[in-house]
Each structure stands twice: as C-alpha cells, then as structure tokens.
Design a protein around this ligand. Structure first.
Ligand SMILES: [Fe+2]
Length: 231
C-alpha cells in the first residue's frame, strides 16, 4: 500500500517479502517484483519534476546535522546565486549547486576521498543537471575545473568561510558591518582563517573577476541572508 509521505517521498507499508530500498533519501520498503520497476521509474520522474529549492533544503537538513555546515551550504548558495546574476548565468542552477555541494560531507567524514563522489551520486539520482554534478566533483578535487560554474563553486567555497570568520572578528559581529576592504585585509593575513585557501579563492580570475569584485559579490549575497546565517 502506498502512503503519501512528502512532496516526492512515498513510503510503502511492509508486506510479504519486503526489503529496504533507497533512492536518494527516499527509503522504500517494497516487494521485489515488477512493481519495483514502475516504482523506480515513477520516483525518478517525481524527483526530477519536483526538485524545488524547498525540497532541496529539506533533503539537506536530513543529511547535514551540523548547523554550521548547513549554514555554510546556505552561504555557498547565496554566493553562487549572486555570481550567476552578475555573470548572466542560470541563477537557479548555480544556486542549487551551491546549496547541495557538501550534501555528503558528514557521510564521508571518515572517508574524505569519497567527499564529492557520494554527493554527486545523490544528485544524479535526483536527476539534476550534469553541470551541477560536475561542479560538485570539481569542488572536491575529483575533476579539473572547466566550466564557469565549476570555477564559481571552487572559488566561492572557501570564501564563505573567510567572510564568516571576518564577521565573527568584527566588533559588530555581523555581516552587514563588513565591507570589501575589511574582508580583503583579512584575506591578506595568512594566519587568519588559514583553512580558507587563498589560492583557491584567487581562481575567481577564471570567471573574469578581480578579487575585490568577487568578494563584493559574495559578501552582498551573504548579507542578504544574514538572518538565516545568524550573523
Ligand atoms: Fe563547502
């Protein structure tokens, strides 16, 4: 018996020879028969058709329990969205790449070499665009960057951390108090937020953007969601 579970999630009540089956984050208990084939097909269509931002956030919340990691995903989304608007790219696609790029982070915590690959598999299951899947692989170092989206995600990922750390050390402890010069000064202090790799951020030049422009765009994007980021 099918029971409607969420926008695209369906749960089947256990019966006869049931077994667990997972499609992305939708766990199904079902009977191993022909019905399986049609259910798989139906699920994929639903996922492709209904992958809205709200549903992506819902999935992400299930996969990332760490609040800071979840906020990092929102920050990356905000940066990618702002960059896409500035560069005349597909805003929805770029934003989704930012939002979901670390979806497997907790799952691959103990096997960091799998980070990005497991996430890419999930995104494939969701039927997301290949450009997004490639960018996710690229950001974790599994593929060389080729497209603008690849470079945008690769360069913005560490910048979100630098901007958050800058906000935290500012006397006002808020994103809205920051300006480009303040973040640029932090960028030049090598020991400050050392995990935010400067060379990686500098690859923004592959987008045709100077560092100060890149910081300005990402900072503006993050300032727009300062309440969600709690800064
Ligand atoms: Fe990230």
């Amino acid at each position: 018996m099918l029971r409607y579970n969420s926008l695209i999630g369906f749960r089947i009540q256990p019966y006869n020879d049931t077994f667990l089956y997972e499609t992305g984050f939708v766990t199904i208990t079902k009977s191993p028969d022909l019905f399986e084939f049609f259910l798989d097909f139906f699920m994929k269509i639903c996922i492709i058709y209904f992958m809205t931002r709200d549903y992506a956030v819902k999935i992400l919340r299930e996969k990332l329990k760490n609040t800071n990691l979840f906020k990092h995903s929102l920050a990356a989304e905000a940066c990618l969205k702002e960059l896409a608007e500035r560069l005349g790219e597909d805003v929805e696609k770029w934003a989704l790449a930012g939002l979901l790029h670390d979806i497997d982070y907790e799952e691959t915590n103990k096997q960091p070499t799998r980070h990005g690959l497991v996430g890419a598999e999930y995104l494939e299951t969701f039927g997301l665009d290949n450009d997004i899947i490639n960018a996710v692989k690229v950001h974790a170092g599994h593929l060389p960057a080729e497209s603008k989206l690849d470079w945008a995600l690769f360069a913005a990922d560490p910048l979100t951390g630098l901007i958050v750390a800058s906000a935290l050390m500012h006397p006002d402890k808020s994103l809205k108090a920051l300006d480009v010069d303040f973040v640029l000064r932090r960028f030049k202090e090598k020991r400050f937020a050392a995990g935010a790799k400067r060379e990686q951020i500098m690859t923004c030049k592959n987008l045709g953007l100077e560092l100060n422009d890149f910081i300005e765009i990402c900072l503006r994007g993050m300032q727009k969601i300062s309440d969600e980021l709690g800064l």
